[in-house]
Design a protein. Sequence first.
Length: 130
Amino acid sequence: MIKKTIPLLVVGLLLIILVGVACTSTEAELVGKWQGNYQGDEIIMEFSKDGQFKMIVDPDEASGTYTLDTTKDPIWIDLTIEYGEGFEENETILTILEFIDEDTLRLQNNFAGEPRPESFTEDTLTMTRQ
């Protein structure tokens, strides 16, 4: 019985470590400044490793916190606006995220208060690392 339990514990620990590394890796990939264009508006987003973000949708600006759920496919990212010109404060925008490559990502969201999108559409925002 003990011989069977030890391999299961090892496999379980490896899975926990891999999930932890994947979460850390995804957040590290996201950190930095990103730029895209959506329906003629330039959008700049900057994500920091402490869970903060800044967003400029010319001429409006917002800042707040973000959380990632890398166990979901596509990745879930919740953007909670704490300060915003042209945005409602304390609103959370439920978003999905996918890395196309190390310098390109795409985001899909709805308006605050609406459900999280389940998939990407033709209205997807594609951003490149700056």
